[in-house]
Ligand binder design. Structure first.
Ligand code: DLL
Length: 437
């Protein structure tokens, strides 16, 4: 009987720190060399780095200025292209709906490397070629579709490339083809579970074992709720289009944080205000440097995502460091009457209240000089048929729990299931009407 594969490349995934760092240094030199071929970095590195030879140790990373989203936007269309366009085989753009998108080009080698990272991620979470994988993420410019698709195919998995939406068809295919793995946003996993009956399906029709959830922030309570609803394991998958897309950091079967594939990315966690590194275990902004990308090398990219490195060793034996789930973004913090609130804090509280369903909205407005926070939550329908005073008690319970976590007294509205907007891809749950567009 053949043994189950648990690593794609054990030597690399479990390499000691010295070996991994030697590899990173080699990758950094390569990336700086590539970067200097681009219009953007040729200008941006002036006065800091003249050639790849200026990189003698990983400490020399500090000589390199940060790259921001605005830098990438200003480089539209080919300001960060290090190769001949004829060597490029694919491009993706960021999913941002406002402003100029950021463009990432890939050579064939870049695509192969990304595919390898995705395959590695799938193996780490226990997927095998015997699985049937339904990819419910948008295909196209968004990286969640093609990124997973190629990785799963490389592992020999049967891929059903449904893309996002059309819940009835998703469920039909899941039932008929005995899908064992799915990839979706946590919001869509919730949406599918709560509308399953309307479409004539039940959990007993499914053969699901695992879900890969990512593309948007979510709390541990959300993961648990998804796992319980479907009776599966849900693995957190993190990435961003500027760093390829998915396959940057991924949970292994132990689900104790996300391994960042450090042979391909240098991970830094910085204080978003000072730009200095935070102490290990402290939360800060994630900064990434690509180490293997030919066409679009990116150095010290400020992701705006907030997370912490998890100290200690993972029981899986991989030495690539783990990060916590993303706890917020430097640009999604709400300031409400002077207090700082992250939407993730609100989600964590709501998903811990058993009566709360799967959907909620966060509304911020102004009444006179004061900010007003309203939380709309869907609750399970059976509660609407009971005693009205029970609803009042529940409303106060949610309000008290929120106040204890965010130190603000919100207005809480209870809604019936299906009455708030549903999301097939990344959810947009915050509406801040104080912001005039
Ligand atoms: O969302 C890539 C991706 C696709 C990752 C599918 C995982 C699965 P972008 O559209 O560029 O790329 O958005 C990247 O989404 O900076 C985070 O703020 C957020 N994000 C992505 N994954 C997670 C996650 C893709 N697991 C931005 N937890 C990132 C929290 C996430 N936030």
């Amino acid at each position: 009987m053949s043994e189950k594969i648990i690593y794609q490349n054990q030597n690399l995934e479990c390499a000691d720190r010295k070996t991994l760092e030697a590899r990173q240094l080699e990758g950094l030199k390569f990336s700086v060399g590539q970067a200097l071929k681009t219009k953007f970095y040729a200008a941006n590195l002036t006065g800091h780095i003249k050639s790849a030879d200026d990189i003698c140790s990983l400490d020399d990373l500090k000589k390199i200025p940060f790259t921001t989203k605005d830098d990438l936007r200003a480089s539209y269309t080919d300001g960060i292209l290090a190769t001949d366009m004829k060597d490029v085989v694919r491009m993706h753009t960021s999913s941002g709906t406002t402003g100029v998108p950021t463009v990432i080009y890939h050579t064939q080698k870049d695509i192969n490397n990304w595919t390898e990272l995705m395959e590695r991620s799938l193996i780490a979470s226990g997927a095998t070629c015997a699985d049937i994988f339904q990819n419910m993420m948008t295909y196209g410019m968004f990286t969640g579709g093609l990124g997973f698709h190629y990785g799963a195919e490389k592992l020999g998995i049967l891929v059903i490339p449904t893309g996002a939406g059309n819940t009835k068809r998703q469920l039909q295919l899941m039932k008929d083809f005995k899908t064992t793995l799915v990839h979706a946003t946590p919001s869509y996993m919730f949406h599918m579970a709560t509308t399953m009956h309307e479409h004539g399906f039940s959990m007993q029709d499914l053969h699901l074992k695992k879900a890969y959830i990512g593309g948007e922030p979510h709390s541990e309570n959300t993961r648990k709720k998804i796992e319980e609803m479907y009776n599966i394991d849900a693995y957190n998958s993190y990435g961003l289009s500027e760093m390829n897309g998915p396959g940057v950091a991924f949970e292994c079967v132990h689900k104790t944080g996300l391994h960042v594939w450090e042979d391909s990315y240098i991970l830094e966690i910085i204080d978003p205000v000072t730009g200095e590194p935070v102490k290990e275990g402290e939360t800060g902004e994630i900064v990434f440097t690509t180490l293997r990308r030919e066409a679009t090398p990116i150095l010290r990219y400020r992701t705006r995502d907030l997370a912490a490195v998890i100290p200690g060793k993972c029981p899986c034996g991989r030495t690539h460091r783990r990060i916590s789930r993303i706890t917020g973004r430097t640009d999604d913090m709400l300031i409400i009457n002077g207090a700082n609130v992250f939407p993730s804090q609100i989600e964590q509280v709501l998903m811990n209240v058993p009566e709360v369903g799967t959907n909620y909205m966060i509304l911020v407005s102004k009444t006179g000089a004061l900010d007003k926070l309203t939380i709309q939550v869907e609750i399970y329908s059976k509660l609407f048929h009971g005693d009205l005073s029970e609803l009042e008690v529940l409303k106060h319970k949610i309000k008290d729990e929120l106040r204890a976590s965010i130190m603000i007294n919100p207005t809480v509205e209870l809604h019936e299931p299906g009455s708030l907007p549903a999301f097939e891809m990344k959810a947009k749950r915050v509406i801040d009407s104080r912001i005039k567009i």
